[in-house]
Design a protein around this ligand. Structure first.
Ligand SMILES: [Zn+2]
Length: 232
């Protein structure tokens, strides 16, 4: 196999890799992908706020029930004709009335605390909604920008892929397969020259037997980094 063919293949393939990297490292892509997480977080947050709000509603209902019970007792106390009851009963009524006042004061505090929590949830919900909207907007804007870039670069990549495909017939299929496999593993360059007595990729020195083999075949797989070392 001629070294020039596969080296030319690698050189042209590098142009494709550069274009692919442009897409991989595209800033708009990074931003829109990170926004997916923000949107999901906001959705989860509103779900948990919704649960909290439901729990507060239940709490409110319980307080309302207690309040109504107290109100009923107040009615009983208010309807008692004080001039017609014994002194003993009067003391009882006074105790009940003072208990009711206490209960009502506790209820009032609980209701105020509940109101504070409702307000907190509402404002958190508002913030979450804002965050969600901003993230969604950012997602769309950067996705559109990325797709625009992609529509410019992809045809270029496709064109170059067609070009290098034509070179494949001049390359030993075994080496071509090895090349493609390493390329898929994101190894670049796959083919490296022999530099002094070392692999041009990882710089490990080759044993003399391997060196001999390389000089005979023109190619050798580096045992250390799996690159293909060529000898010109
Ligand atoms: Zn190596």
């Amino acid at each position: 196999m001629k070294i020039e063919k596969i080296l030319e293949y690698q050189k042209k393939d590098f142009d494709i890799i550069k274009l692919e990297r442009q897409l991989e490292n595209n800033e708009d892509k990074k931003i829109y992908q990170s926004m997916i997480g923000v949107v999901k977080d906001a959705q989860n947050k509103s779900t948990s706020l919704d649960k909290e709000a439901n729990a507060l509603i239940q709490e409110y209902k319980n307080l309302e029930k207690t309040y109504n019970e107290n109100l009923k007792s107040c009615g009983v106390v208010l309807n008692t004709k004080l001039d017609k009851i014994s002194e003993n009963d009067l003391t009882n009524v006074s105790t009940v009335a003072s208990d009711l006042i206490n209960n009502m004061s506790i209820l009032e505090k609980k209701l105020m605390y509940l109101a504070e929590r409702v307000n907190a949830i509402l404002s958190e919900f508002e913030n979450t909604k804002k965050r969600y909207n901003v993230a969604k907007q950012k997602y769309s804007a950067h996705k559109t920008a990325y797709e625009k870039k992609q529509s410019e670069i992809m045809p270029e990549i496709e064109k170059k892929r067609q070009e290098i495909k034509k070179l494949e017939s001049g390359i030993d299929p075994v080496y071509l397969a090895k090349y493609k496999q390493r390329r898929a593993d994101k190894m670049y360059p796959v083919l490296v020259p022999l530099i002094d007595k070392t692999c041009g990729g990882c710089r490990m020195e080759l044993p003399s037997a391997s060196l001999q083999k390389l000089k005979e075949n023109g190619f050798l797989e580096c045992e250390h980094c799996r690159r293909i070392i060529y000898f010109e």
